[in-house]
Design a protein around this ligand. Structure first.
Ligand code: ATP
Length: 233
C-alpha cells in the first residue's frame, strides 16, 4: 500500500466513523450522562458525541429550570472535551422536542447527510419507553440505536413491549463496531460503568438543602448554587 492510499483509507475510515447523538433533559446534567457519552465513543468507535438538550420535553413534566439554563449547564460540563459537541437547535426551537424531527434535521445534506452513520444514544430506561415517542417506528430508519445499561433497568427482549421486542430481536447487532457499516438500522448495547445517579435524585437533594457534590461536575454544583436552582421542587 502506498503512502497516499494509506492516507486515503484513513480518511475514509474517519468519514465513516459514526456520530453519536445524545438527547436528554439534563435537568441537571450529571456524571452518568458524561460517562455514558465518553464510554460510547470507545465502545462504539464514534468520531464524537453531539449533545442535544431538549427544549420542551414532550413526554414529561416541565423541567425545573429553563431550556436556556439547561443548555448553559451542558455547555459548562462538556467544555474542553474534544470528543463532545453541543447542538442548541431543540432549545432554540421553542416548541416541543421530538427525536424523529431532530434526526431528520441531522439527515439534511448541509448537516450530516443520509450516508453518515448516526447512533442515537439512550439509557436502558429511555429505550424501554421508546414506543411512547412521537413516530417512534421511524427512529431506526434514521439512526442506529445504542442502549447503555442503567442500574435498575434490564436490557433484554423479555422486558420490552411486544413491538419493541420484535424490533430489538430483528435489529440486534452483537458487535457494536459494525454500526459503522451502515448509516442506520441496527441496535447495539453497551455496558457502561454502572452509576446509579439520576437528575431526580439531585433535584431532591438540593430541594432539601443537602449536598449534590460528587454526583455532578463541580462547575455545575457552583453554577446551581450561584443561581439557586432546584431550591424547591
Ligand atoms: P430524571 O431523573 O429527571 O428523569 P435522568 O437522570 O434520567 O433525569 P435524562 O436527562 O432524562 O436524565 O436522561 C438523558 C439520557 O441519559 C437518557 O437516555 C437516560 O436513559 C440516560 N441516563 C440518565 N441517567 C443514566 C444513568 N445513571 N445510567 C445510564 N443512563 C442514564
Amino acid at each position: 500500500m502506498t503512502f497516499l492510499s494509506a492516507l486515503m483509507t484513513m480518511s475514509d475510515a474517519s468519514v465513516r466513523k459514526p456520530l453519536g447523538v445524545f438527547g436528554g433533559t439534563f435537568d441537571p446534567l450529571h456524571f452518568a450522562h458524561l460517562r455514558l457519552a465518553e464510554e460510547a465513543v470507545d465502545a462504539l468507535g464514534l468520531c464524537a458525541v453531539r449533545w442535544i438538550p431538549a427544549g420542551q420535553p414532550a413526554l414529561r413534566d416541565s423541567p425545573k429550570v429553563s431550556a436556556a439554563q439547561r443548555l448553559e449547564m451542558v455547555r459548562l460540563a462538556i467544555a474542553g472535551n474534544p470528543r463532545f459537541e453541543l447542538d442548541a437547535a431543540e432549545v432554540e426551537a421553542a416548541q416541543p422536542s421530538y427525536t424523529v424531527p431532530t434526526l431528520e434535521r441531522l439527515r439534511q445534506p448541509q448537516v450530516c447527510g443520509m450516508e453518515r452513520p448516526l447512533v442515537l444514544l439512550v439509557g436502558a430506561d429511555a429505550f424501554t419507553a421508546m414506543t411512547d415517542w412521537h413516530r417512534w417506528e421511524k427512529l431506526i430508519d434514521l439512526a442506529h440505536i445504542a442502549v447503555a445499561h442503567r442500574p435498575g433497568y434490564a436490557v433484554d427482549a423479555a422486558s420490552l413491549s411486544p413491538a419493541l421486542a420484535r424490533l430489538y430481536r430483528d435489529r440486534f447487532c452483537a458487535d457494536p463496531l459494525l454500526l459503522a457499516e451502515a448509516p442506520a438500522g441496527r441496535i447495539a448495547t453497551f455496558a457502561m460503568t454502572a452509576l446509579d445517579i439520576s437528575a431526580t435524585r439531585i433535584r431532591t437533594l438540593l430541594s432539601k438543602g443537602h449536598s449534590p457534590r460528587y454526583l455532578l461536575p463541580e462547575v455545575l454544583v457552583e453554577h446551581i448554587q450561584a443561581h439557586h436552582f432546584y431550591s424547591e421542587i
